[in-house]
Design a protein around this ligand. Sequence first.
Ligand SMILES: C[S@@+](CC[C@H](N)C(=O)[O-])C[C@H]1O[C@@H](n2cnc3c(N)ncnc32)[C@H](O)[C@@H]1O
Length: 136
Amino acid sequence: MSRWDVAQSYEKDWWNIRKDELDLEFYRSFAREIKEKLSGIMEIDKKTHILEIGSGAAEDITFLESDHRYAIDPLEDFYSSVEKFARFRDKKVKYQKAKGEDIPFESNFSLILLSWIMYWITVMIQRLSLWRQKGC
Ligand SMILES: C[S@@+](CC[C@H](N)C(=O)[O-])C[C@H]1O[C@@H](n2cnc3c(N)ncnc32)[C@H](O)[C@@H]1O
């Protein structure tokens, strides 16, 4: 098993074991914090294109009021198969199985969120900054 597979298997088990006891409402306060931190920098409204990388069970994106919300995670097949997570999610968010290194959307995002996933990545940071240099 590669290091990546071991890490993904660990992550999946972590969520699977705790899924019944987890109170996903904490995502609501995270979303509030994001809005507070961005206050004076940018306003999130219906037209803001937002991408969440490593979206996990549902994420902060659930509570951000935009009509253009996208979320990716390599374990998306697992997360979407857990009824509790699927029920909690906002159906208007477009979830897809993918890695941050290979973003499957063409949209020009004004806000990209990565929460609790920085320790996973190396190449993704380089890709995102390249993307930025290209004016995306
Ligand atoms: C600790 S969980 C955090 C989930 C969610 N962001 C949260 O805060 O609840 C890390 C997530 O990052 C995902 N992940 C790991 N490597 C990734 C990558 N290269 N691209 C996108 N997501 C990744 C994992 O599958 C996992 O769902």
